[in-house]
Design a protein around this ligand. Structure first.
Ligand SMILES: CC(C)(COP(=O)(O)OP(=O)(O)OC[C@H]1O[C@@H](n2cnc3c(N)ncnc32)[C@H](O)[C@@H]1OP(=O)(O)O)[C@@H](O)C(=O)NCCC(=O)NCCS
Length: 406
């Protein structure tokens, strides 16, 4: 397809006038050729990914682990951290792989090495909340791969988009990771505000065995488990604090998400959600969302997380601190999983100083970006444009480097 554009450039008899007009016209046609080539590559890659899906190709857990090890996505310190949990991780992953297409999805693109097929690039996702998929483990065996990452990212966005009219993608990543910072960082230039939210969060691992808040709740404040009746007030509370797309994508109007739990249960897996609110009279003054799941899905433990831990900003020390502590301790106390399964805490940076004062975060916590993208309302097309833009830049850089070398 490149040739079509190039031939048109060199032979075009219809360009009248001066040589610079010709060269401007050549440039214009080359730009069009690049765009068409990119669009066609994207479509062919999507077809290839879909073909593998229709053939029902599924990896084993061993294949997945080998790919993660070989690419050092699982580096030795991480492997050491996961080591004692590896049999629980394997049990969960064996079920996830069977649940492929239900609550889990994995896409792989292959390379040929010594006449052997090996995984080149992979990506997977699990249904984090109803119709909201946490996309994870984007891993490539080759650096500067020009189409592999594009293929699996497009494949995943397209697949998730087909699962529901109101589907969303969620990425939780560290922007200190050079492999994804630029790629994921470009989405906000392409998605409209109604489709995208980026939050920077402090992260900590909590010990579920330490659930004692150690302080009294401020007088008049109670902690309640949110049901459908209370859910609109909690959503309104989050919106007042500036949460938009992320909260919308979680569908908190259905706080316990029983149908999602049932989808996991059908595959021998667990997923539960509870939403907690701190109430002063009828008014919501704090809230938290707690997810519980079969352990080992996400290697940073996001499947078992307490997030959106919030308190009215006016409630500073000591009331705000005590409310945060009680929300977390109620979340930990209500868990059904064994206490050795760690719980990740994600707390917006705005609330992090208070959470630190409540000893829920260490002095210098790790930070993660939580990126939520709704695929309705033009989101799907915008994700494709953002990915193509990223790869247009990569192709151009490769061409510039080749040009400089020749
Ligand atoms: C994420 C990934 C698939 C993106 O692939 P890609 O779009 O082809 O981009 P590249 O792999 O070329 O990475 C982009 C840049 O990050 C750098 N980079 C990627 N991983 C790196 C690492 N572990 N350490 C240091 N630099 C790294 C690359 O060298 C490149 O930098 P450069 O352009 O200055 O040379 C790939 O970088 C990868 O497999 N990373 C490791 C796994 C990972 O961290 N995944 C994200 C967790 S969800």
């Amino acid at each position: 397809m490149n040739n079509v554009g190039v031939t048109a450039v060199s032979c075009s008899p219809s360009v009248p006038g001066l040589p610079q007009d010709r060269s401007r016209e050549s440039e214009r046609l080359l730009r069009i050729a690049l765009e068409r080539a990119l669009e066609r590559i994207a479509d062919r890659e999507l077809d290839a990914i879909r073909a593998a899906e229709l053939r029902g190709e599924r990896p084993t857990f061993g294949d997945v682990l080998e790919h993660y090890r070989a690419t050092r996505f699982l580096y030795s310190a991480k492997l050491e951290q996961l080591g004692p949990r590896i049999s629980a991780i394997e049990a969960t992953w064996n079920r996830l792989i069977v649940a492929d297409g239900a609550v889990f999805k994995i896409f792989r693109r292959h390379l040929i090495e010594d006449d052997r097929l090996v995984t080149g690039t992979s990506i997977c996702a699990f249904e984090y909340a109803p119709s909201c998929w946490l996309v994870q483990h984007l891993v490539s065996a080759r650096r500067h791969e020009l189409t592999g990452t594009l293929a699996v990212c497009l494949g995943m966005a397209s697949w998730v988009g087909r699962t529901s009219a109101d589907a969303a993608l969620r990425f939780t990543y560290r922007d200190s990771n050079p492999g994804v910072a630029r790629l994921f960082g470009s989405f906000d230039r392409f998605l409209p505000d109604i489709c995208l939210e980026t939050r920077r969060c402090a992260y900590a691992l909590l010990d579920p065995g330490h659930a004692d808040p150690g302080v009294e709740l401020p007088s008049g404040v109670t902690i309640a488990e949110v049901d459908r009746r209370l859910a609109p007030a909690v959503v309104a509370f989050y919106q007042r604090l500036g949460h938009r797309v992320g909260v919308r994508a979680l569908h908190l109007d259905d706080p316990h998400a029983p149908e999602l739990a049932e989808r996991y249960r059908r595959h021998g897996l667990e997923r539960r959600r509870r939403v907690l609110a701190a109430l002063r009279g009828d008014r919501v003054v704090g809230a938290a969302v707690c997810h519980e799941s079969s352990p080992g899905i996400n290697f940073s433990f996001f499947e078992n997380a307490i997030e959106l831990l919030e308190v009215e900003p006016e409630l500073q020390e000591p009331a705000g601190r005590a409310i945060l502590k009680h929300l977390v301790s109620s979340a930990l106390r209500g868990r059904q999983l064994p206490s050795e399964v760690p719980v990740a805490l994600l707390c917006d940076l705005a609330r992090a100083p208070l959470a630190r004062a409540a000893e829920l975060l260490p002095e210098a916590p790790k930070e993660y970006i939580v990126l939520t993208m709704r695929l309705a309302d033009g989101g799907q097309e915008a994700v494709r444009r953002a990915l193509l833009h990223h790869y247009r830049e990569l192709f151009t850089e490769v061409a510039a480097a080749d040009g400089a070398g020749s």
